[in-house]
Ligand binder design. Sequence first.
Ligand code: ADP
Ligand code: MG
Length: 591
Amino acid sequence: MPEPRHIQILPDHVANKIAAGEVVDRPASVVKELVENALDAGATQIHVEVVDGGRKLIAVSDNGSGMGRDDALLSVERHATSKIRDADDIENVNTLGFRGEALAAISAVSQFSLSTRRPSDVGGVEVVMSGGKMQDVREAGCPTGTSIQVRHLFYNVPARRKFLRSGQTELSHVRQMFLVYALSYPEVGFVLVVDGRETYRLASGAGSDDRMRELFGAEFTKMLRPVNLETGGITIRGYAGLPQASRADRTEQYVFINRRPASAPMLSHALAEAYHTLLPKGRYPVLFLHVEMEPSMVDVNVHPAKKEVRFRKPSDVRDAVILALRQALSNTHEDSLGGQPRIATVSDTQPLVEIPDLPKARTFSYPRLPMMPSEEAEKTTALPVPGAKSGQQSPSSRPWSWCRVLGQVGGLYVVMETEDGMVLMDPHAAHERLLFERYMRELATRCVASQGLLAPETVDLLPQDAQRVRESLPLLKEMGFGISEFGGDSFLVDALPSCIGDASAADLLSAVAGSMERGGSSGGTERWSEEDVAQAACKAAVKARDRLTLHEIEQLVVDLAGAEMPYTCPHGRPTVIFMSFSELHKKFGRV
Ligand code: ADP
Ligand code: MG
């Protein structure tokens, strides 16, 4: 009598159903897998249709290579793929798929039909499945390419079906997925039909920029700065959102690694670091980043749905991303060398309605240097720096090339006109940004100028502040503070960093001590606390200046246009708010 066996190999349709959970969790992931297959099949047209957010129907058709009858039957088997032959092939995979799981998984948990025809075949074939079981295989007259219909996703997995959200919510995930691939493959034409209504029709053969503009609108893309960097075999291009266009979450961050929409935990840190001091906590920049490198430098087989990747050299990628973003967001100083300042005159902006007796705005102008014609820019640029070819910024990355100050509102905000529209500037935030940049520049070169006080001041601090200051005396001295202990919790201050301007030693020191507390609790390195000290000092210095003369404001405007990060104060508050002419026209119903 044979011993009774307890262990059984699960039948394929059961194994597939279980495994399906890893690859497919909602309609959007079905869309992802089917669109990836279409792209891998070389399609130039992809048509996506959903009904009820994909809960009733998800259909994806393409004009790609199609499959013969045998391949069509194999394609729905688990671990059936035409994209790799060997485990080593994964290292250099340049298709989006390679695990051979998607069709098996999707067909295991839905009512599934696949019709396909190769260009060379007279007729096509249709494979019909239900809950992973083959129902029918028949000849079909169909166009070349592949068309897949997925009905009633999870109809046979009630536990999963329950987790599906409303049609509306599922639809928003589907749409997001659609956008992501449409962005990554601008050369491919895409159509999205929702409940019988066409919501997107994107022409094939588009460039990356055109596709982005088509999807997001020209107004939105004005808030973006081009990113372009090539270094050590890593290429980073795309767009970085200006800080004032930040979001409360990461939904507007599109990151592609070798054209694969994916994230890596390391990348979010790099993004945060690049925008450090530009955005307050809890705000996220808008980003379109295409990161490219040798396939062998990326491990894409970390996650069943390939949502995450790992880099062979994560720190290289991290540094490159930070550098690329910083460059995109900063102004180059090249433009402040040479060239004739352009003085704006009132006639530079052609009035739409002329009001002859309107009092003239002050004709003071805030010239930025003229934009260099690109030819000349090339001539005057030094030899390319090895490894980094992006030093050049498009002139559009400066906040304005000229502007006119029109006045002040609320006793605070400065109103200006620039070539693109109207700008409101918070002079305190702007001032703080400028002081901070000056200070950080001096710190970076380790030569902080220090200004001796006419009369040394004794400053009494709270006990805990005093303790922190005592511990950080060397750092503070390096940062331009002439400071020594004076017994108890008192200190003698006889010099202050001169770039900070004229704040009282007491205000400055207690602001700085307060910031050390916060810096310390965030567990930062020395660099971190240096930055914190500088931030606090600049804030205190600006607070002391509650009066700015017109001349000082004029100087601020000019300096801010040349600042490295002109758009926010070091604490992340905006320095300027733009209202473009097209926004104004729209508000007035002119379009
Ligand atoms: P993978 O994409 O990882 O190879 P899939 O289960 O998604 O696995 O697909 C299995 C196979 O079916 C693919 O390798 C491919 O050969 C074929 N296939 C799937 N979809 C298409 C399509 N739209 N056009 C042509 N061939 C396809
Ligand atoms: Mg696939």
